[in-house]
Design a protein around this ligand. Structure first.
Ligand code: ADP
Ligand code: MG
Length: 598
C-alpha cells in the first residue's frame, strides 16, 4: 500500500497558519505594535502605503533583538516571552505565541532589522532568511511589503485602500489609547496623519477625540483586591445609537467584551434611552492569572475567571461616577454672527447695577459653592495620582466630596408644562411631567424595597369593571402595586375594588388611570430593556401617577416639586424613559448671546 499521509513542509504550514493571524493589513499592524510595546518602546512610528497593502513600516526605540536570536526570528512558536505553562499564565506581555513574524514573513516581503543598545551594530533578516549587518539607529524597524503577493486567493479578499486604511487607523487608535505613555506617530501615503506625544489617559483621549468631547467625560476610579479600574464615561448627553466610542483596555490590550459593555449600559440605567449606547474609555488591570487571553488567535477576546465580580465592579464604579455629578443638560446655543451689525460689545449703561441679581431671589446660604463637575481632566488625574499612592481597599472614590446642589427658584410655568427657574448661575427649565415621573419612580422603588408604602385611603372605595385579560394582568402586577401603596381587591374575573392609592399620586380619573396602567404593563412598549416585572410596573405607575404635561400648577406646587427633585439628588436629571427632566442655560451663555462677553 502507498502512504498518503505526510507532514507538510514548514513554509506551507506557516502560510496556512498565517490565515489565522494575518487577515488584512490591520492584523499585521496589530502584531507589530504589540511587539514594539512588549519591547518597552517609548516611541513608535508607523508608516503605511496604500492602506498597508503596499507597505507597513514600524520603527521603534525598544530593546531590540540580538544578532544571535536572528536565525530563530521567523521560526514558528519561537518567542522570548514565555518558556513554560506557568509563565503563560502569568504573562503580562501582549505576545506569547511566537507566531506573528513566522506567519507575516511567509505571506509578504518582510525585512526585520534591529540594533539593541548593548550590541555593536544592527542586524537585518528578510523573508528569504538571509541575515546581514545593517547600519541603523537603536531599536527595531520592520518593513512589510506587498502583502499576500504569493497568496492571490487571500489578496482578492482585501477591500479598497480606503477601507483597509480605516481598519488600520481604528486599530492604531485602540493601541494609542491602551498605551498613552508611548509616543505614537502615523503617516499614510507620505502624509502625516497624527503625532501623539507621550501623555496620560485623559491627555490621550483629548489628542484623539478633541477637547470639546473630553469636556463631557466623567472620571471613573475603583481599586479593589482583584481589579483596578480607571478611566472615563461620557455624560448621558454623549450617548448615541450608532458607533459610540466604547473601549475596554484590559492589561494594556484593547478587548471586546459585550458583557462588560452591558455592565456600563446598566449603570446608566434610565439616564439614557434604551436604544442609546454610552461612550466610555475604561482601563482595567487584573491579575494575569485571572484572565485567559489565549481564546482567540488574534487575542481580541478574553475569558475572565471572575467575570461576575468584574461585571459588578464596572457597573458600580460607573454608577458611582454618574451619581457624583451634576448631569443637567446644558442647552447649546449656536453661535450667531451679529458682527455685521455690532462692531464691538455695547457698553453697559451707567445706571446698571454691577450685580444684576434681584435681592428678592434668595437662593440659599451664601456658602454655596459652584459644582466642581467641570474640573479639568488633568486636575482630576493629578488628584487621583495622589490618591493612588495611598492604599485604597474596595472603595469607589471617583470624586470624594459630595457636590453642593444649586437651589432653584420657580419664576413661572410656561405652556402649563415647563417650570422656568432661576438657579445660582443659570436659567433652568424643568419638564414637570418628566421630573415628577422620576420622583415617583424613586419613591416607589424605595417603598417597594422597604415594604412600607405610603398610601392614601379612598373615602369611598370604588369598583371597576375589567376584562378577564386586564384582571389577569392585575393579578400578576398586584404584589408590586401593593408594595407601592395601592390597596386593590380582586372581586371576580371581571371586577376589582380599590380602597387605597399611593400617597403621592395626583388625583385623576381613577378608572381610566388603572385601565391605562394595565394596558401599559400588558403591552410594555417603553421598557423593553427591562426584564423585571416589578421594575416595569413601577415605571408605568410613576408615569401614570405623575403630574401631566399641560397641567396648571400653583407656585406652591412648583416649589414642592423642586424640593422633591432635590431630595432625589443625582437621579433628578432624567425621567425613567431617559428623557432629560431639566435643561439649563448658564448666565455665561446668556451674556455671550447678548454680547456682554466674548
Ligand atoms: P511573540 O510576540 O508571540 O513572541 P512574534 O513572532 O511576534 O512572537 O515575535 C517573535 C520574537 O521576536 C519576540 O518574542 C521578540 O523576542 C522578538 N521581537 C519581535 N518584534 C520585536 C521588536 N519590535 N522589538 C524587540 N523584539 C522583537
Ligand atoms: Mg508578537
Amino acid at each position: 500500500m502507498t502512504k498518503t499521509i505526510h507532514k507538510l513542509p514548514n513554509d506551507l504550514i506557516n502560510k496556512i497558519a498565517a490565515g489565522e493571524v494575518v487577515e488584512r493589513p490591520s492584523s499585521i499592524v496589530k502584531e507589530l505594535l504589540e511587539n514594539s510595546i512588549d519591547a518597552g518602546s517609548t516611541e513608535v512610528n508607523i508608516e503605511l502605503e496604500n492602506g498597508g497593502i503596499q507597505l507597513i513600516k514600524i520603527i521603534d526605540n525598544g530593546k531590540g533583538v540580538h544578532q544571535d536570536d536572528f536565525p530563530q526570528l521567523f521560526e514558528r512558536h519561537a518567542t522570548s516571552k514565555i518558556s513554560s505553562l506557568q509563565e503563560l499564565e502569568q504573562n503580562l506581555h501582549l505576545g506569547f505565541r511566537g507566531e506573528a513574524l513566522a506567519s507575516i514573513s511567509s505571506v509578504s516581503h518582510t525585512i526585520f532589522a534591529s540594533f539593541p543598545k548593548d550590541a555593536k551594530s544592527g542586524t537585518q533578516i528578510d523573508s528569504s532568511g538571509e541575515i546581514k549587518p545593517v547600519s541603523m539607529p537603536h531599536g527595531t524597524q520592520v518593513e512589510i511589503n506587498d502583502l499576500f503577493y504569493n497568496v492571490p486567493a487571500r489578496k482578492k479578499y482585501l477591500k479598497t485602500e480606503n477601507t483597509e486604511y480605516k481598519k488600520c487607523l481604528q486599530l492604531i487608535e485602540q493601541y494609542c489609547l491602551a498605551h498613552p505613555e508611548v509616543h505614537f506617530s502615523l503617516s499614510h501615503n507620505q502624509k502625516v496623519i497624527f503625532d501623539y506625544s507621550s501623555t496620560d489617559k485623559a491627555g490621550r483621549i483629548r489628542q484623539i477625540f478633541g477637547s470639546e468631547f473630553s469636556e463631557k467625560l466623567l472620571p471613573v476610579f475603583f481599586q479593589g483586591n482583584e481589579v483596578f479600574i480607571e478611566g472615563f464615561v461620557g455624560k448621558p448627553e454623549l450617548a448615541k445609537q450608532k458607533s459610540p466610542h466604547q473601549f475596554f483596555l484590559i492589561n494594556g490590550r484593547p478587548i471586546k467584551t459585550p458583557a462588560f459593555n452591558y455592565a456600563v449600559k446598566q449603570a446608566f440605567g434610565s439616564l439614557i434611552f434604551p436604544q442609546e449606547k454610552p461612550q466610555f474609555f475604561l482601563w482595567i488591570n487584573i491579575n494575569p492569572e485571572d484572565v485567559d487571553m489565549n481564546v482567540h488567535p488574534r487575542k481580541i477576546e478574553a475569558r475572565f475567571h471572575y467575570e461576575g465580580v468584574l461585571f459588578r465592579h464596572i457597573l458600580r464604579s460607573v454608577k458611582h461616577a454618574l451619581e457624583k455629578t451634576d448631569l443637567t443638560k446644558q442647552i447649546e446655543i449656536p453661535k450667531q454672527n451679529y458682527n455685521s451689525f455690532i462692531s464691538k460689545p455695547a457698553p453697559s449703561p451707567s445706571f446698571s447695577s454691577p450685580n444684576p441679581a434681584p435681592q428678592s431671589f434668595n437662593l440659599g446660604p451664601s456658602s454655596y459653592k459652584p459644582s466642581n463637575s467641570k474640573k479639568s481632566l488633568t486636575n482630576y488625574f493629578q488628584e487621583n495620582h495622589q490618591r493612588n499612592t495611598q492604599t485604597l481597599n474596595n472603595s469607589y472614590t471617583s470624586n470624594p466630596e459630595p457636590q453642593s446642589k444649586p437651589k432653584l427658584y420657580p419664576l413661572a410655568q410656561i405652556e402649563n408644562s415647563y417650570i422656568l427657574c432661576q438657579g445660582e448661575s443659570s436659567l433652568v427649565i424643568i419638564d414637570q411631567h418628566a421630573a415628577h415621573e422620576r420622583i415617583l419612580y424613586e419613591q416607589f422603588k424605595a417603598e417597594a424595597l422597604s415594604q412600607s408604602p405610603k398610601s392614601q385611603k379612598l373615602l369611598t372605595p370604588i369598583q371597576i369593571q375589567l376584562t378577564p385579560k386586564e384582571t389577569k394582568t392585575l393579578e400578576e402586577a398586584q404584589e408590586t402595586l401593593t408594595k407601592i401603596g395601592f390597596d386593590i381587591t380582586i372581586l371576580g374575573q371581571d371586577s376589582i375594588g380599590i380602597q387605597g392609592l399611593p400617597a403621592k399620586f395626583t388625583k385623576t380619573n381613577l378608572e381610566e388611570l388603572i385601565k391605562d396602567l394595565l394596558d401599559d404593563i400588558q403591552n410594555n412598549d417603553s421598557f423593553q430593556n427591562l426584564s423585571d416585572l416589578e421594575d416595569i410596573v413601577i415605571n408605568y405607575a410613576a408615569c401614570r401617577g405623575a403630574i401631566k404635561f399641560g397641567q396648571p400648577l400653583t407656585r406652591d406646587e412648583m416649589i414642592a416639586l423642586i424640593q422633591e427633585m432635590e431630595k432625589i439628588e443625582h437621579k433628578q436629571y432624567s425621567c425613567p424613559h431617559g428623557r432629560p427632566s431639566k435643561v439649563e442655560i448658564t448666565f455665561k451663555q446668556l451674556e455671550k448671546q447678548f454680547k456682554r462677553i466674548k
